[in-house]
Every structure is written in C-alpha cells, then in structure tokens.
Design a protein around this ligand. Structure first.
Ligand code: ATP
Ligand code: MG
Length: 399
C-alpha cells in the first residue's frame, strides 16, 4: 500500500459565492501547469474537493510545488479506497504507521455517503480498535493526538489522510486581474509583488533603468527577482524603461528638493501608459509609510496626483523587520541585498523635501517640457519575458 493521492483544501475560496467555479478551475489550471514536469501526475476535481493523482510518483517534490501555489489552504497525502470496511481499516493502519514518531492518535470519520452501512461514531471505534490491536506503544487521545487519521466516506470512494501540511492560502493567481509592479532592485518591491499575487493578482513588472549609471548587473538583479516571483505564479513580463535622459534632465532643471518627487511622478506617468498599452488596471509599489523621504504622507500625496489608477501598496503599514522576514521566507532577500546600484540611489539629491507640495511640483513641471523625453523613454522600452525555467534570458551567465 502507498499514498496515491494528495488532497487539496482551498478554504477561503468556499466563501466566494458565484465566482467559486472559476476560482476552482483556475486553481486546477495553475496547479497542473506547476506540475507540468511530472506528466503522469494529474489534478482532478470532484464535488467540493481537489486531488492530485500521483500515479506512482514520489509525493515529496509534488508537495514542494504545491506549497508555492496560492489558493491552497492545506494539503494531505491520501489513500483512495473502495467503500469497503476491511480495505479502509488497512489503509488507516498504513496511514498511522507512516507517522513513526506518533505516540497518540485519534480517528475522525466523516460519512458523507449515507449508504455506507456503519455510522460515523461506530466506525470510529471499529477503526480505532483495529489500529490499537495492530500497533504497540500507541494510545488514543481524542483531545490532543499526535496524529489524526481522517476517513472521509464519499459517494465514489473513501479517502484516508493523516498529517495536514499548510499551504500558502490566498487566492489563485489570475482570479483578480493584473497589476503592473514597479520593481526596483530593493528589498521591498518583490515582497509587494508577492503579496499582490497572494490576492490572486497576476504580475507584469516595470523597471526604470539608467545606464551607464546603473549597470547590466543591476538590471539582471531585477530579472532575477522577477524570476524568483514566478515560483508563485506564471511567467512575468518585465518592461525595462531607459530612464537615463529623463532622469538627467530632471536633476539638471528641477531644484534639488523637488527632483526626487518629480522623478517619481514621471515613473508613475510612464507606468500608467504601460498599463494602458497592456490593459492592466492597477499599479503596485513597495512603498512603506515613513521609511524614506519619498514615502511621507505629503510625498505620497504629491506623487499620487499624476495618476488616478489604483495603487496597491501591500507593505504600506508593515515594519521593516516584518518585510525582511517575508523577503527571506519567499527567497528574494539574498538577491535584493546584492550591492548593485539602483537609479534612485545614483541620483540622490542632497536634501530632498520630505513635504513636497502638489502646487510646487506642478509649477516646476510646467516650466520644463519633459514630454518628448517621456515619449522617448516609452518608445525605448525593452520587454523581457521571465519564466520559471532555469536558463532563459540572454543575460544568464553574465557574472
Ligand atoms: P524597494 O526596496 O522596493 O526599492 P525602497 O524602500 O528602496 O523600496 P523607494 O526607493 O522609495 O523605496 O521606492 C519606492 C517604490 O518605488 C519601490 O518599492 C518600487 O515599487 C518603486 N521604485 C523605486 N525605484 C524603482 C525603479 N528603479 N524601477 C521601478 N520601480 C521603482
Ligand atoms: Mg529602492
């Protein structure tokens, strides 16, 4: 005997009313595409349940993949058996014996199929005694068992599971539309992208690049970060904006205190244009209240003036330590702290205003005409498709 299924539980999605069907179908598609390297492994649905059919495959690498798929609340290895008392007893024993450390257990029977001849309570005892008789040193503890053997008797079959493995939760990527993530090479924006994905949002990314002040390595770092995010979803298109000329012009013509603000406003304007081209309805940033000069309330207000697109700021109220913990957990931290320069750190004004005003920003912008340089930046965008595959961008191997 061996585990032949993985049972997928999708918790929160059960609350989604009418959308439930499309959510479940999306989850199934996302899962199946994550598992495309295992052609014999299939994702199936029956009423209210999703299963992965292992078809003899080692479950470990499959479970690892599932742990990165949003929309899965938890999962369990399962054995599928006929609705046959003896077969179920054997499977329950197998499931218990897989937990070699367990000293106590409990059996929970769910009899969804009322035609099954033994009632839940009674069947609990039947299976419990079978387990006690066939093991040594293990006792029953109904309150805090080391392992719970769950037996779900359904119409088509019975599923026997034991340990529950936590999933990431959230919603399947692709069920909440698309966002354009402003992706720098820093710690914050990849985490913001991850959290947007967690709510079912699919990502495209935009990066403002200022060669030769920022190097190919800085750009590669951003592509690497995007690639790390593909673990949690699909391929990501990264739009690289040549920002040098516009940035230089801003820093040449705008008083020091407002250069940073106006540079950010330009980023927003260009990002919004890319959204229009790509039919994307929102922006996402790694902004975090109070962290730096550009992230005060006044500054956000002034930067935000130039777009009426919704801006998702998943990190806005988090502490830096929380953000760093999450960056480590999702695997982007090590790349983010590589020291390559970023366009915002190169052109650092000596004294950026921490309370820039809308009127003044508009005043300075009106005195200079940036529209031609903006057009140029937009038409020079290079778009790279970043996929989860190991070797893919022409930049691999640069180091
Ligand atoms: P991060 O760690 O994400 O770089 P940060 O703490 O350095 O954030 P800022 O430099 O003020 O904060 O940037 C705020 C947000 O603006 C970033 O989180 C990112 O979304 C966006 N941003 C900054 N620089 C760039 C860039 N070169 N390209 C694209 N987006 C950028
Ligand atoms: Mg930064």
């Amino acid at each position: 005997m061996q585990y032949d299924h993985i049972l997928i539980r999708y918790g929160e999605m059960a609350l989604k009313g009418k959308n439930i069907k499309s959510f479940i179908i999306r989850l199934q598609e996302n899962l199946q595409s994550k598992l495309h390297d295992f052609p014999n492994v299939k994702v199936k649905r029956t009423q209210g349940r999703m299963f992965i059919l292992l078809n003899g495959h080692d479950p470990e690498p499959i479970i690892e993949k599932c742990k990165h798929v949003f929309g899965i609340q938890s999962l369990s290895l399962a054995i599928k058996e006929k609705n046959d008392v003896e077969k179920i007893k054997q499977a329950a024993l197998y499931a218990l014996q897989q937990n070699t450390q367990a000293k106590t257990f409990k059996v929970t029977v769910k009899r969804i199929n009322k035609e099954f001849p033994i009632r839940s309570q009674q069947f609990n005892h039947v299976v419990g005694s079978h387990l006690l008789t066939n093991t040594t040193g293990i006792t029953v503890d109904v309150h805090q068992p080391d392992v719970e053997i769950r037996i779900e008797i359904r119409q088509e079959a019975t599923y026997i599971t034991s340990s529950v493995i936590q999933g990431l939760g959230g919603l399947p990527v692709g069920t909440s539309g698309k966002t354009l993530l402003l992706l720098s090479g820093g710690i914050d924006s990849p985490v913001a992208g991850y959290l947007a994905m967690k709510r079912g949002v699919q990502l495209e990314a935009i990066h403002f690049h200022s060669p030769p002040f920022t190097s190919e390595r800085a750009k590669q770092k951003v592509l690497d970060l995007a690639k790390q995010l593909t673990r949690y979803g699909k391929s990501i298109y990264v739009h690289i904006v040549p920002f040098t000329k516009l940035q230089q012009e801003i820093f040449r013509t705008i008083p020091d205190g407002y250069a940073m603000t106006i540079m950010r406003r330009m980023m927003m304007r260009i990002s919004e244009k890319v959204c229009e081209q790509q039919s994307i309805l929102s922006l996402t940033t790694g902004e975090n209240l109070g962290q730096v000069a550009s992230q005060t309330m006044e500054s956000m207000n002034t930067i935000n003036e130039v777009t009426n697109y919704p801006i998702i700021r998943p990190l806005i109220t988090m502490d830096k330590t929380e953000i760093i913990d999450l960056a480590q957990e999702i695997g982007t931290y090590e790349t983010s702290i590589l020291p390559y320069e970023d366009c915002c750190t190169i052109f650092v004004p000596k004294s950026p205003k921490t309370k820039p005003k809308r009127e003044k920003a508009n005043f300075y912008e009106a005195k200079n005409n940036f529209s031609k340089l903006m057009e140029e930046a937009l038409s020079g965008i290079e778009t790279i498709k970043v996929t989860a595959k190991e070797k893919q961008t022409p930049y691999d191997g640069l180091f």
